[in-house]
Design a protein around this ligand. Sequence first.
Ligand code: AHR
Length: 631
Amino acid sequence: TLEVDAAAAGTQMSDDLYGVFYEDINYAADGGLYAELVRNRSFEFAATDNASFTGMTGWDVVQRRGSTGTAVVGSERGEWLNASNRASLTIQADGPGVGVRNAGFNDGLAIEKRKKYDFSVFARAERGQRLAVSLESPDGGTTYASTTVQVNGSDRWRKHTATLTANRTVTDARLVVTGGARGTLRLDMVSLFPRDTWVGPVNGRSALRADLAQKVAELEPSFLRFPGGCVTNVGTFDTYLESDGADRRRTYQWKETIGPVEERPTNWNFWGYNQTYGLGYLEYFEFAEDLGATPLPVLSVGANGCGSTIPEMTDDVRIDRWVQDTVDLIEFANGSVRTKWGKVRASLGHPEPFGLRYIGLGNEENTDTFQANFPRFRDAVEAAHPEVTVISNSGPDDAGARFDELWEFNREQGVAMVDEHYYNDPSWFLSNTERYDSYDREGPHVFLGEYASRGNAWSNALSEAAYMTGIERNADLVELASYAPMFANEDHVQWSPDMMWFDNDESWGSTSYWTQKMFMTNTGDEVVPSTHDGPEETPADLSGGVFLSTWNTRAAYDDVVVTDNASGDVLFSDSFDDASGWDPQSGSWAVADGEYVQSAGNVTDARSIITDAYAKDWDNYTLELDARKLG
Ligand code: AHR
């Protein structure tokens, strides 16, 4: 029996309660939400995602029309497109027809019949020539679209544009660009965008892939947290220019991500690939505005987290620069066009302020350096922008004493809100719906910035829904909550479960997406008191499971078989060789009955297989699997 006292005064719910957490993980930006179809368009990609590094990630050389030649990436000073984009492609040919082709992010570019695609390239050549540009089948035998662009012989960088219209719908096209003369031809920023990108209600046509942005919009999020996650707080704290372009492990810095895309340096991404910053801070602010969501950027205060061991930020010169950058970001978002950074925003096409109300300082940064640096950042932000609420962090929930220590620190600092992160089994979520009932109401409030139960099965959706009722009952304390992470490109998974999945032409919500959507699009104003009379058992079929993690060590799983020891029946069997299989970058593995056991490495997450059939007493079952080490 459920009794609801509808007449009683209820708990007010925060208007901002449910938002989304966006991180460039699992190719969520390049190869995902950012609609660019060309991988490594500026030839800046470093060894991060290509062990035999030549700068040619995504590309290979073509020689046609009887000509021969070479195409190599170089970064000689006199060849730079600009100081932030130093690498480019040099083609040396003995005749027309030598060039390169790109296979995109998912072993091919997805194109649609009768749709238009905007091509652009920076080129320079010693000899005037017409470049041939085409979309083709993998074997080059079928042409889906073609055009040409005329390059003069001035040997100066110039941007050229053209439109391609596809005559067929395929998911494995190649973009091919070849020169039209002998001699030296240089290419940079070779780009292809679908004309049909997402159209936001405020800012109009965007650089966002339409189906992915639309799925986010349909959640009606109240806030957009970005750009991470671990991508915000790992890496050196140098800028590209400070490091003279050599540093491939720089921490994410917002000033490198605005302005013309060809002037945004490419960077290493913590999740093991390269990020172009084609999606940068302006795009994220505009996306938030179009979603009707309040933007919530999270910046590092220079302390390690996420297992990073790069030297932390302890020198005053560096700290002062980062503090100033943080204050400048708020001016960029909120300042009038008469302020320095408000003027920059206006020059980029957005004179109206974005109305930033929250800023996160520190993502899972739980070292002593966090406690030393946080007050300097917080004080500067509060002094310059009292309109902005500073959110501190608590490190990951599984950090034990460190988590408690950070909460104590945050209480002493009198911070308004603390960012909590946790990833646990579904059974944990079912048994912890009362987590926040006992939190001190006099202390900081909670931003549940990242949470998910391990798995993307129905039981995950159910356990998260149960947990969210606990969040709502404590809505006086929990002001903001977001499931994490948001996106995964199924060919490039570093972390699962995820809320939305996609390949190069399709996308789909996980079971958890639908739970989120149900809650997010049905938020109340008040939670009225209710009591429940009846059995309160944790359903047995949610209390166990099998988890194979997808972190770091690059192995693949084949032939996973679960057998009932008593009967010898095979309860589960999968070779994972279809599209829904394990990511080839899967890592260490763990098997558990309600508990998470790790064999090696930094295992913090798992994709789970939970079926009613064997999520029972684990001792009665046998798991066999082949783990195959890759690369
Ligand atoms: O959501 C994936 C990762 O989980 C985030 O980058 C990090 O903050 C957390 O550890």
